[in-house]
Design a protein around this ligand. Structure first.
Ligand code: BG6
Length: 513
């Protein structure tokens, strides 16, 4: 008898045979996120044989299009955006089980039709099927979608085991504390918290997960990880891209809502939290919330302000001339939206009291780079003190989250020669050199974890509210001030001078990554 040499997924086998059959419904099926990230992520999970053997995908969108069109656009999105080339056999197997439903997000009847579709799929399989509802629409329709998942009975197809139904909610999760609380109430009116998976795609990045490993699987860092040895911490999330065609969205958002409240604060929480008691999702999220709660309210007084906001002007990025923010389509010529923000945070707990944490994020900066730099205190200068012979730097440990993923330790070393002269040197660990460069995309990990009911890399309701409670007073202050205090920076630079001053006040300066 000849052996079946097909890919295991094609034979109906999965590494996750324990995972129940799954139907993922994506709301916002014609959107950018679905095209660029979600469909390619699902495809790559199939390539890795990580999808359950019985897997169906339903696209849900407002536009009534034939299912063939949705299938074609899904296939094209894999061709264009997948990290691995399309394998026709694997895709054909997913495509057979790909469906499309159209309807408004506030149209209960359309949700009932969706329910019939899922019931039919389940009947065809003859096995209980879990439903994952992925809300990847603009935030204005999050609420009707959740409510209709409740009203149509989709949220409660399985009364006895809420593990059978999950909802994944994309960002932005609210625009301030009040709206985040409201959205949490709406969601919790329909789902149990353990069924809810709030996305922050930074948590799906390999290097962000590696932070936990680097911190807690090594013993050399922990003794130094406190106010006695750490001088300051700098978290940079810089992008060289501008807002592109997202001017309309960005005007309502700005750097603090778009990047600081979520991605940057998550990096901060993972860097500064106490060791969790276990790797259990709740244990980790408890520690993150505790840390976020320990951050002191921001000082907004102009004399001592802990924050700087700015907009990019025209300039050169990668040798190309680019327009300023206010000249961008969809952006008001008098816009009060910040494209850059930096914050000085103080964490009031035993470990970190007195250690400033500097956060910055901006568009159109010199280079795309995300890094976390732990800057250590200088040693006592009894033997070596800074002079023309001794070029000394503070030790630092830098986690390069992206691109060039890895970490670097900065040390002082002797320059070879007959004199004793010193120079800072770097010890590098580079992901690509050690592990190769084809690592999974954040969304692959997140879609898989939602299917497997692992909430570790998702944001809990109280976590998002805690983070908003720090940022909301800042927005209220800025909106009362209008243009006052809005700085500018040249596109392709490292941000406004005022942001450098924020650090000079404490005798520090930003790293140039
Ligand atoms: C998104 C923001 O959450 O993250 C975008 O809305 C930003 O404005 C993007 O460009 C950056 O993500 P990444 O993974 O490219 O660093």
């Amino acid at each position: 008898m000849s052996q079946d040499t097909r890919h295991p997924f094609l034979k109906g086998l999965s590494k996750h045979r324990g995972t129940q059959p799954t139907v993922i419904t994506i709301f916002g099926a014609s959107g950018d996120l679905c095209t660029r990230k979600l469909v390619p992520a699902i495809y790559n999970l199939a390539v890795d044989n990580l999808l359950p053997a019985d897997f169906s995908l339903i696209g849900y969108g407002r536009k009534p299009i034939p299912v063939e069109d949705f299938r074609t656009s899904a296939r094209e999105s894999i061709e264009e955006f997948s990290r691995r080339p399309l394998n026709a056999e694997i895709w054909d197997r997913i495509e057979e089980n790909t469906h499309y439903c159209s309807g408004g997000y506030d149209e209960l009847e359309a949700f009932k039709t969706l329910k019939k579709k899922i019931d039919e799929i389940e009947k065809g399989l003859g096995r209980e099927t879990q439903s994952v509802f992925y809300v990847s629409t603009p935030p204005s329709v999050f609420e009707p979608i959740i409510e209709n998942l409740g009203a149509s009975g989709l949220a409660t197809r399985y009364q006895r085991s809420d593990n059978h139904t999950k909802v994944v909610v994309e960002k932005p999760f609210g625009k301030d504390l009040e709206s985040a609380r409201h959205l949490n109430r709406v969601i919790q009116g329909v789902f149990q918290e353990r069924q809810v998976y709030r996305i922050d795609h930074y948590l799906g990045k390999e290097t962000v997960q590696d932070l936990l490993v680097q911190r807690f699987a090594n013993s050399i860092f922990e003794p130094l990880w406190n106010r006695q040895y750490v001088d300051n911490v700098q978290i940079t999330v810089a992008e060289s891209l501008g807002v592109g065609r997202r001017g309309g969205y960005y005007e309502q958002s700005g750097a603090t809502r778009d990047m600081i409240q979520n991605h940057t604060m998550q990096l901060l929480a993972l860097t500064a939290m106490e060791p969790p008691v276990s790797l259990d999702p709740e244990a980790i999220r408890d520690e993150k919330v505790k840390l976020l709660k320990a951050i002191k309210p921001l000082d907004l007084d102009y004399e001592r302000s802990d924050v700087v906001r700015a907009q990019y002007k025209e300039g050169l990025v990668d040798g190309e001339k680019v327009k300023g923010y206010r000249q961008t389509e969809g952006v008001s010529p008098n816009s009060e939206t910040e494209t850059y923000a930096s914050l000085r945070l103080n964490i009031s707990n035993w470990r970190w009291e007195g250690v400033p944490f500097y956060l910055r994020s901006g568009k159109r900066m010199a280079r795309r780079v995300t890094e976390i730099a732990i800057q250590f205190k200088r040693p006592p200068s009894t033997l070596f003190s800074e002079n023309e012979m001794f070029n000394l730097a503070s030790n630092s440990l830098v986690f390069q989250i992206q691109p060039d993923e890895g970490s670097t330790v900065l040390l002082n070393a002797k320059i070879p020669g007959l004199q004793t002269r010193t120079q800072p040197v770097k010890m590098h660990f580079k992901y690509s050199a050690t592990f190769g460069s084809n690592t999974p995309e954040a969304y692959e990990r997140l879609v898989l974890d939602a299917m497997l009911a692992d909430g570790t890399l998702f944001i809990r309701g109280d976590e998002t509210e805690t983070s908003w409670s720090l940022i909301t007073p800042l927005h209220e202050f800025w909106s009362s001030e209008g243009q006052r205090g809005m700085e500018s920076y040249v596109s392709g630079s490292w941000g406004p001078l005022a942001s450098d001053r924020l650090l000079w006040d404490n005798g520090h300066q930003w790293r140039r990554p």
